[in-house]
Ligand binder design. Structure first.
Ligand SMILES: C[S@@+](CC[C@H](N)C(=O)[O-])C[C@H]1O[C@@H](n2cnc3c(N)ncnc32)[C@H](O)[C@@H]1O
Length: 209
C-alpha cells in the first residue's frame, strides 16, 4: 500500500479502483478533526458508527480525550485495515493510535480509556442491516465521492443509516453535493452546512429529526 503525505503532514492512500485519495490532500488528519469530530462533537459514552472506516482517522480522533465510546466501523477492504499497522501518524495521535494497530488481527479492541472499536468487514450496505435500530449518537459518513461511488449516497442508503440513529443524532460528511443533500432530506434528515476546510465548499451535517 502506497502512503501519500498530505499537507498537514499526515498520510493518506490513493485508491487505484476509484482513482481517488482516501482523504483531501490538504490534510487527512485535519479533515477528520474539522469535518467530522469538531463538526458534530462527541461525548463520553456515545455510540458511533464509522461508515467506511478506512485508516480509521475519524474514530482515532474521536477516541482522543473521550472515554467509553462504542464505535462500530464498517469496511469492506481488510488490506486497508492491515495498512494501519504500518501507518506513520503525527505525534498528537500516536498514543490513541497504539491500540488501533491491532485491529487487523483482532477486529475488536478496547483502548486504555475503555473506548471499544469493533470492525465489521464486508459491504457496508449489507452490514448496516445487522445493526440495532435507534442506537447511534453520531455517524461519520465517509465513502469515496458521489461521482466515484454513487451507490453509497442514495436515499435508500441514507434511510438505512437514519434507522440506526437515535432521535437527534448527527451525521457528518465531507460532501455538500446537492444530490447528496436532497437524498439526506428525502430520508428524513435536517441538513445544514458543516465547516469549510481545505476547499471552498462546506461539509454537511445531517440531524435525525
Ligand atoms: C474515503 S475512504 C474512507 C477514509 C476513512 N474514513 C479514513 O479515515 O481513512 C472510503 C473507504 O470506504 C471503503 N469502502 C468502499 N466501499 C465500501 C463498501 N461498500 N462497504 C464498506 N466499505 C467500503 C473503502 O475501502 C475505503 O476504505
Amino acid at each position: 500500500m502506497q502512503f501519500v503525505k498530505t499537507q498537514d503532514g499526515s498520510y493518506t492512500v490513493f485508491n487505484q479502483k476509484y482513482q481517488e485519495h482516501y482523504h483531501t490532500i490538504s490534510g487527512a488528519l485535519e479533515e477528520a478533526f474539522e469535518k467530522h469530530m469538531n463538526a458534530i462533537s462527541v461525548k463520553d459514552g456515545f455510540n458511533i458508527l464509522d461508515f467506511c472506516f478506512g485508516l480509521g482517522y475519524n474514530s482515532i480522533i474521536a477516541t482522543k480525550k473521550h472515554k467509553k465510546l462504542q464505535i462500530v466501523g464498517l469496511e469492506n477492504d481488510i488490506e486497508i485495515i492491515k495498512a494501519i499497522k504500518e501507518l506513520e501518524v503525527p505525534r498528537e495521535i500516536e498514543k490513541e493510535f497504539t491500540a488501533f494497530r491491532n485491529l487487523a488481527d483482532k477486529l475488536e479492541i478496547t483502548d486504555d480509556n475503555n473506548n471499544t472499536i469493533k470492525l465489521i468487514i464486508g459491504d457496508a450496505l449489507v452490514s448496516i442491516d445487522s445493526l440495532p435500530k435507534d442506537y447511534f449518537d453520531r455517524v461519520f459518513f465517509d465513502p469515496f465521492s458521489p461521482s466515484k461511488q454513487p451507490e453509497m449516497w442514495s436515499r435508500k442508503v441514507f434511510q438505512k443509516v437514519y434507522n440506526v440513529m437515535k432521535q437527534g443524532a448527527k451525521l457528518s460528511t465531507y460532501s455538500c453535493a446537492e444530490s447528496v443533500r436532497q437524498n439526506l432530506i428525502a430520508a428524513g434528515f435536517k441538513v445544514m452546512d458543516g465547516p469549510i476546510v481545505g476547499r471552498k465548499s462546506p461539509a454537511t451535517i445531517a440531524v435525525k429529526q
